[in-house]
Design a protein around this ligand. Structure first.
Ligand code: HEC
Ligand code: HEC
Length: 312
């Protein structure tokens, strides 16, 4: 019973950000998710299933001991796109096929699905991009297309991506976040956030949160609103009566702590060619406003958004 209530609480999306401009036609519709057990046994179905395996076990193929090539940090796509990109508010892929190609302010260009996948390989997996003609890229594409096959063009189902959780009135606090990490995260993610490798050494049982095998400073999770929104609805991974979900404040504070620890530094000078379109929590200047990098990293964000930086 308690579990059911706890689940209900974490699954209710908050719609605090009423002013967020929405380019989508039918935000709020439910995702009619195809059943992954019913991927057909056709050649196309085989490619889709391979794509699903690449999402779930990326490191087995492309990690430091990858059987195809050693081109990434050892993380799996699924570490951040839970249940192979199918979980409600677990950074799922329901709205990818329906909304791409689309304009993204980060690159200032129209991006294809291939480009978006390579963005995560280069930043979240701190790796080297895949050729869009490679069988593996075709398989990942085929899987994402298959997942989105029931979603009308331009539509964004409820629970897609990461939730925009309410902003706080104060800056997120890395010191408070350290305590939360110690009590609620460390037992799986390790004392130094280093995660835990499986016995074969080809995939993480618990992925790293910082250090050399973690996402780099150009990755989405390095923005604390993305980290906090992801963690709020999904971590600690196993939610039970004695392992309660985080409050929103805890999610912001633990995000501030984790993102103040060392990780691979990568600069992307071409990012956000229109500086006025930088998200409020992009931690690297120059900015179109007068707030500092620290303020853009930790907040408080309300004033920054009021100052014209509307982008989430
Ligand atoms: C360290 C975490 C992490 C890992 C690992 C990761 N991603 Fe992502 N990915 C993100 C974040 C964060 C976003 C942006 C979500 C948002 O802002 O709502 C994202 C967005 C995406 C999107 C766009 C989603 C949309 O709805 O616009 C695609 C496609 C994607 N990732 C594919 C991949 C693939 C394929 C892999 C593995 C090769 C991967 N990602 C690995 C964190 C990660
Ligand atoms: C019971 C073990 C467990 C606990 C406790 C836990 N996690 Fe996780 N976490 C996981 C696992 C396992 C994954 C990868 C999920 C997958 O691949 O399906 C993960 C993934 C993540 C990710 C995305 C991947 C990455 O490594 O960057 C983040 C961020 C994260 N956890 C943060 C946290 C935070 C913050 C806490 C504490 C509030 C926490 N986790 C508590 C097991 C746990």
């Amino acid at each position: 019973m308690v579990l059911v209530i706890a689940m209900a609480i974490i699954l209710i999306p908050s719609d605090f950000d009423q002013n967020k401009p929405s380019p989508f036609k039918s935000e709020g519709m439910d995702w009619d998710m195809p059943d992954t057990n019913r991927i057909p046994s056709t050649p196309e179905g085989k490619l889709v299933r391979y794509g699903m395996d690449l999402i779930a076990h990326t490191s087995v193929y492309f990690g430091p001991k990858g059987k195809i090539a050693a081109i990434s940090n050892g993380m799996n796509c699924q570490n951040c796109h839970l249940a192979a990109g199918t979980k409600f508010l677990g950074n799922n892929y329901s709205a990818v096929f329906s909304t791409y190609p689309k304009f993204r302010a980060r690159s200032g260009s129209i991006e294809t699905i291939y480009k978006r996948i390579n963005d995560c390989i280069e930043r979240s997996l701190n790796g080297t991009s895949l050729d869009s003609n490679s069988n593996e890229m075709k398989a990942i594409y085929a899987y994402i297309k298959w997942l989105g096959k029931n979603v009308p063009a331009k539509a964004k189902p409820a629970g897609a991506g990461i939730e925009d959780i309410p902003l706080m009135n104060r800056p997120a606090d890395p010191i408070a976040g350290k305590t939360i990490f110690t009590y609620k995260c460390q037992r799986c993610h390790g004392t130094n956030g280093e995660g835990l490798m499986n016995e074969s050494g080809n995939e993480y049982t618990y992925p790293p949160l910082w250090g050399e095998h973690s996402y780099n400073t150009g990755a989405g999770l390095y923005r604390i609103s993305r980290f906090a929104g992801y963690v709020k609805n999904n971590m600690p991974l196993v939610t039970s009566a004695d392992n309660r979900p985080l409050t929103e404040e805890e999610a912001w504070d633990v995000a501030a702590f984790v993102n103040s620890q060392p990780r691979p530094q990568k600069k992307y000078p071409g990012d956000w060619p229109d500086i006025a379109s930088k998200p409020f929590d992009h931690p690297f200047g120059p900015y179109a406003d007068n707030f500092t990098e620290a303020e853009h990293k930790y907040g408080p964000f309300a004033a920054i958004k009021k100052d014209g930086n509307k982008k989430r």
